[in-house]
Design a protein around this ligand. Structure first.
Ligand SMILES: [Zn+2]
Length: 310
């Protein structure tokens, strides 16, 4: 297993070399878990190729279908025409119909090129990777359809966005007004019961102190439960910062247009910040990003106000 640690725009990719002998008489073809964001697809392809050292990629597995986890699927499928693609259950029909609204790409204003799927990773089943059996566990919360993978012998967990060293991913159902904080808590309980020794998160470095990460995650979750507006504001800033990572720099008028055209911002604004005008709310979000050091305001050569990734 090789962990390709990426950044925040692209989720980490976990590459498994092909290996015979899974106990069923089959060989485990080489596999990659999660494939990054579309703008990094050429880099993902190069990294996977270099890691596999000539082995063909036989399987793509997606923990969930957010754009930063499956944005490289199409490029890998083009490079490896024989590759199979296995996704978390619950959205197979939407992928087959390529329903960009249901798949979150339209509401988040993010991009993901269309890809084909082979089947689903059913919770309760085992998937064989490099000669070891990995349990598939449902991990709803951040995304209702997410799965995580656990290898019980080494107690290694691929936690996707359900648990990071310093928290967890935005609770997307809550943006749409669907209660999901309880599911986040239940998934943290599932992870605690697995007692992982090593955690490979969807973003950030591999870590070993799962107990500390769980404590941090529960503290953050508690803050969100106490004050859902805090989560709403956090979600809006994450969506904004994410797009800024993609753009690197953007004229403010273009940013305002994008926010206006991106449904999740409208939902968050109406539900939690309706006392502010859309413009006041956005200005406040930008101020917060600048104050936290995540963005920089600048004036372009022609006098256009710009926002820069920082
Ligand atoms: Zn995600």
């Amino acid at each position: 297993m090789t962990v390709l640690e990426r950044g925040w725009l692209s989720a980490n990719n976990i590459v498994f070399a092909a290996r015979p002998g899974n106990g069923n008489g089959d060989s485990d073809g080489a596999a990659v878990v999660d494939t990054g964001y579309v703008v990094h697809a050429p880099q993902t392809l190069a990294l996977v190729e270099a890691t596999l050292q000539g082995q063909p990629l036989a399987r793509i597995l997606n923990t969930h279908l957010h754009s930063d986890h499956c944005g490289g699927n199409a490029a890998l499928q083009a490079a490896y025409p024989q590759v199979q693609t296995w996704i978390a259950p619950g959205q197979a029909a939407q992928v087959r119909a390529w329903d960009e609204a249901a798949l979150s790409y339209r509401p988040t204003g993010q991009e993901c090129p269309r890809f084909a799927i082979t089947g689903v990773l059913q919770p309760g089943s085992t998937v064989w990777l490099s000669g070891r059996g990995w349990q598939v566990h449902a991990a709803p919360g951040h995304d209702p359809h997410s799965v995580i993978l656990f290898e019980p012998e080494s107690r290694t967990l691929i936690s996707a966005d359900a648990l990071w060293e310093n928290g967890f991913g935005v609770v997307f159902p809550e943006i749409e007004g669907i209660a999901a904080f309880d599911e986040v808590a239940a998934t943290l309980d599932v992870i605690e019961r697995l007692q992982p020794l090593t955690v490979v998160p969807g973003h950030g470095s591999v870590f070993t102190d799962a107990g500390a990460a769980l404590a941090t995650a529960r503290r953050r979750l508690d803050g969100f439960v106490q004050s859902p507006g805090r989560h709403a504001s956090h979600a809006a800033k994450v969506l904004l910062k994410y797009k800024l990572l993609e753009w690197q720099s953007i004229p403010l008028p273009a940013l305002q247009d994008w926010v206006q055209a991106t449904p999740y911002f409208g939902l968050l604004h109406r539900r939690y910040f309706a006392e502010l005008s859309a413009r006041q709310w956005l200005d406040g979000l930008i101020d917060a990003l600048v104050a936290s050091g995540a963005a920089l305001r600048q004036t372009g050569a022609d006098g256009t106000p710009m926002l820069l990734n920082f």
